[in-house]
Design a protein around this ligand. Sequence first.
Ligand code: FEO
Ligand code: CA
Ligand code: CA
Length: 553
Amino acid sequence: MKVSRSDFLKYMGKGMLALTAVRSVDLLSETKSSRSHKKHFASDSSLGHSKKIPGATFKPVRPSTVDDLILPEGFRYDVIAAYGDKINAKGDTFGFAADFNCFFPFPNDPNSALLWTNHEYLNELEYYVTGYDYQVKAPNTRTPEQIEKYLYALGGSIIGLRKSNGTWVLDPNSKYGRRITGRTEFQLKGPASGSEAMGGKTKAYGTFANCSGGGTLWSTALSCEENFDMVVNDCKLEDIREYGWIIEIDPFDPNSTPIKHTALGRFAHENAALAVSPSGKLVVYMGDDSKDQCVYKFVSAEKYDPKKGKANSELLDKGTLYVGNFEKCIWVPLDLEKNNDLKNAKDKEGKPMFSNQADVLVRCREAAKVVGGTPMDRPEDLEVHPLDGSIFVSFTNNDSHGNFYGQIVRIFEKDSNPEAENFDFEVFAAGGGKSGFSSPDNLAFDSAGGLWMVTDMTTKLLGKSIFKKFGNNGMFFLPTSRGDEGKVFQFASAPIGSELTGPWFTPDEEFLFLSVQHPGEDTKDYSRPTSSWPSKKKGDIPKPAVVVIRREN
Ligand code: FEO
Ligand code: CA
Ligand code: CA
């Protein structure tokens, strides 16, 4: 199969460099393939795979139940920011349950950078944030003060970073330090803004359940609202339609109003992976992380133009949304004008289900099912391979199908064109005892095409039953080059009760940012948490945090 890549794709997972021409690489030809690899090894980075391609350049760690972030010999981690840390002069603080990270270097200062981090949810650990006992689920007796604390702890943080003694550290007084919370004002853009389906609203208030996301070519972050219904319920919010979107934040402009892009549909968004097609259109791959929900992509109507800078954001407001049908291997347009199934769909009373495109976008799940979108096993992260443009999708698991361990699927677009309406796919790696991982979640590629994956075995089942053999959640490295695909090397083991989320390499691949989400989530007695990470002092409460990982020396 002919596959193509663009340097744009190469950099999407790493940083924000310029778009260059798309060219073809035949992956099945070892000669050509290794020639193209060499180009990417030139930087000789310490976390990447410059020397020992295609295997791991570290001695894998063993599954562990230790309450620490365990890394291979020769690597170390340092906490960048933990829950409650001050992030600006005003005294704003870092939110809870760190998830997706996106690193933004300053173009003219190699010693300064910004980091966007998602703050997803409180759940079992809410007590440490609001004082409310989550285990007493009904009735919802949160006070107004508890609700404000809850909404402040979620959303995202922009933090300032500076280089110090050879590593990145938090600048607690950065003028860019900013919180986006469950109360922040957003502009709604795209077809649903101001529509009847949205009650005429052009604004929304708050973001939460921010799971994963993506970086844009114009140096902004996309962040995905996943299990928003839980927060709407807990915080007694009025209009659930304001949530379930992909948001966009400009970290470099502290006064900017963030955006919710309605053209990308409303569902439990996990992440957003971007590609540019040979014709220059922007393509966004997305997953709806719930049992029996679908995989989507969006193709912009207009073309990406580097000269337009931040104005390229408008590409996300006009285009065609597609849902994947994996039985027929087709992308089906969720466009009322193009799709007769949508036009003809009737509700129980025989009335049209969708009167306009805003209806389709606001009730995207219903529309996806009407047109034959395939129900999948919890599509989580999707990422685009930097060398061949194939798309990797984590399907975490789906116990109602007897799929407990999950799998990573690789999608090949027809003619390697992200705009294509046909595709093929194969299972790249399956969870289970043989591979040594279960429940794949976030993915990240290094520039040599090595796949880095973190797992999300649900806390309720960690260390129990069929999951016992895997120990704590972890991070894994999987080569993707021919002959070595399917090999799995464990890179990290997470503290007790946590999952690792938001892996993001710096453009030089010397540093890996990683979140440790919800350590101690299996705690039953709040005075005796199961984890004391990151302080590791007995009696201290566990705190979610972002760490930076590097090779020692
Ligand atoms: Fe928030 Fe789908 O993990
Ligand atoms: Ca996730
Ligand atoms: Ca997950």
